[in-house]
Ligand binder design. Structure first.
Ligand SMILES: Cc1ncc(COP(=O)(O)O)c(C=O)c1O
Length: 384
């Protein structure tokens, strides 16, 4: 157990942060006046600020600390791996044991034929990787005109240039930024609570499917590379789609040569009670699944773009000039991958996937209307 020793200079830290750290999503007006809450410790599902005040962290950091704070065995795994091999270049044809083991582990856990993995260090970069991979795959199979991306309103897919273009929450689109034009087309959000008044859930599902079909006709299937969707929209309000919506969209994708990318950056690794929610909760087998956050429970950055045999067969087909010119200095980082392996071991050993919905059920049996959704339950279930 970590021994707390709260000897922090709270005012000094506040000042340094205020004067020098540009935070993600800074709201300059309030930040200028109030600055930051300085968090100094975490244990289980609680965090503590520099003044010693303790908080219940229901959201698990940023939906990521799935196994809870302060796991000594994860810290020890990090230290051991950092001493053995702190870094390894994985470009072209070099690898390291944790990266190879984790790729195989994810292939075993992911549904269907999702047997191949590209690593990154953030969810945003996993999204970029997926879309670049979709373009590359479509081109390598002789469908180079397929470049367009279909996404949904109310979605969040990260904050790189591409991620911000793909996502679309009202508050995110600032006139002071630039977004790629004519690349991404947004459909209505599958947000049952906001469906037109008097419309049944089934009719709402029909409406969304028809809208998708019309969009394909309007753009031309031959111009569309992929469709990207969070199975449950997370940052857009933690919303569950209407029944059968995802399987019906997956079928339309399959019938039109459009790759289905499931952005499970929030929902994977237990947050909805399954390692991956796509198949186990929503009955779909996407062409790619994206994971980050709960993959390492936030102990260290790591993301994965997990993709199908079908894609791999096409992109790895013999061609002496073909290079997949994409990847990062830290792709397959040995310390991150070692942490992910330990984290998965903990989730399985403690049966946390079963524990999360069980915990949610004890707090409120109707999760569609629950103030503490299954998305929040995971972190609490891990440590209670
Ligand atoms: C669904 C989804 N996709 C992508 C991202 C981006 O991940 P990151 O912040 O690690 O870049 C997020 C972040 O919250 C997310 O919720």
């Amino acid at each position: 157990m970590y021994q707390s020793n709260l000897g922090f200079d709270a005012a000094g830290l506040w000042r340094k942060d205020h004067d020098h750290f540009l935070h993600p999503y800074t709201h300059f007006d309030s930040f200028g006046r109030e600055g930051s809450l300085v968090i100094v410790e975490g244990e289980g599902c609680h965090i503590t600020d520099a003044s010693g005040k303790r908080y219940f962290d229901g959201i698990g950091g940023m939906w990521c600390v799935n196994v809870g704070y302060g796991r000594r065995e994860i810290a020890e795994t990090m230290a051991e791996q950092a001493m053995r091999l702190c870094y390894s270049n994985t470009f072209v044809d070099v690898t390291n044991p944790p990266a190879a083991e984790l790729a195989a582990r994810l292939a075993g856990l992911a549904p269907g034929s999702l047997n191949h993995v590209a690593f990154a260090t953030s969810g945003s970069c996993a999204v970029d990787t997926a879309i670049r991979l979709a373009h590359y795959y479509q081109s390598r199979r002789g469908q180079g005109s397929r470049k367009l991306v279909i996404s949904r309103k109310n979605s969040y897919h990260g904050s790189t240039y591409l991620g911000m273009t793909v996502g679309k929450r009202d508050g995110d689109q600032s006139q002071h930024f630039k977004y790629a034009e004519n690349l991404v087309h947004h459909l209505s959000a599958p947000y049952p609570y906001r469906r037109p008044e008097g419309m049944t859930l089934e009719a709402f599902s029909d409406f969304l499917v028809d809208e998708f079909r019309s969009k394909i006709e309007e753009l031309g299937a031959d111009n569309i590379a992929c469709f990207i969707a969070e199975p449950a929209q997370a940052s857009g309000g933690v919303t569950m789609p209407p029944p059968n919506y995802l399987p019906r969209l997956a079928e339309l994708c399959r019938g039109n040569g459009i790759l289905f990318i499931a952005d499970e950056i929030v929902t994977a690794f237990g947050r909805l009670g399954h390692m991956f929610a796509s198949k186990d909760m929503f009955g779909i087998e996407p062409d790619m699944i994206l994971a980050a956050k709960g993959l390492t429970s936030g102990y260290i950055p790591l993301a994965a773009t997990i993709y199908s045999d079908q894609i791999h067969e096409v992109i790895s087909a013999p061609d002496p000039d073909a290079w997949f010119t994409h990847g990062f200095t830290y792709s397959g980082h040995p310390v991150s991958c070692a942490v992910a392996l330990k984290n998965i071991e903990i989730i399985e050993r403690e049966d946390l996937c079963a524990n999360a919905p069980a915990w949610a059920a004890t707090s409120n049996t109707n999760w569609r209307n629950s103030p503490i959704s299954p998305l929040s339950a995971m972190s609490v279930a891990a440590v209670s």
